[in-house]
Design a binder for this molecule. Structure first.
Ligand code: AKG
Length: 214
């Protein structure tokens, strides 16, 4: 399938547009079953992706991330995060195939994706907003589509001023899209859990500014 060349929201593909729920100055849209056979997709991706534990700088000190990650995208789709710049690894066949399905569903031409593998309940993601400058200055550029495969985990969205809080159980093929100016007013995190949980692979597809070729 060809790439969708523009950012016309929610018009692409045969699937119906996702219903949006307004949240702060942005919105979220949720489909609990976007990917069927999620365990098979996850097994293929874990095999293909160069997932590794990164060291990030937090509060001036190097800290090993409590999860495995890999960053993928079109050439030049760099991403800066907690003091590190990540060059994109190429799309793998399975990742590209999920990206194409996502484009057909959302009408958004995603050019990059961050993969996070939570090995068990001790792995987590701290509170943050996806508001890096690479995601672009216009509100609608900050559109993040999050596919979760494997064991469900809590995903918590919290208003920075404490006025609102929403959470979803994301896993087993779910899709959550965050758009508008949501990232300005809200942070999100995936808490650790003491419950025995299996591995979960999360893929956040993004549109980042592509660096010019040297
Ligand atoms: O694993 C998740 O659901 C969240 C991932 C996330 O917050 C991110 O990639 O920025």
């Amino acid at each position: 399938m060809g790439r969708i060349p523009h950012l016309d929201p929610d018009r692409g593909g045969a699937a119906p547009a996702m219903a949006r729920e307004a949240l702060g100055d942005g919105w979220v849209a949720f489909d609990p079953a976007f990917v069927e056979d999620h365990a098979a997709w996850m097994a293929r991706l874990v095999d293909e992706l160069p997932l590794r534990q990164e060291s990030l700088v937090l509060f001036g000190r190097p800290v090993a991330t409590p999860r495995l990650t890999s960053w993928h995208g079109d050439p030049g789709a760099r991403y800066r995060y907690s003091g590190r710049t990540f060059e994109p690894s190429p799309w793998t066949p399975t990742l590209a195939s999920l990206r194409d399905r996502l484009e057909a569903r959302t009408g958004v031409a995603f050019n990059s994706a961050l993969a996070n593998l939570y090995r068990d309940g001790a792995d987590s993601m701290g509170a943050h907003a996806d508001d890096e400058p690479e995601l672009g200055p216009r509100p609608d550029d900050k559109r993040i589509a999050s596919i979760s495969l494997g064991a469900p985990r809590r995903f918590v969205l919290r208003a920075r001023d404490g006025s609102a809080r929403r959470e979803w159980s994301l896993g087993e093929g779910s899709l959550l899209v965050m758009g508008g100016r949501l990232q300005e007013g809200f942070v999100h995190h995936v808490p650790k859990t003491r419950r025995p949980v299996g591995p979960r692979l999360n893929l956040t597809f993004r549109v980042v500014t592509v660096a010019a070729a040297p």
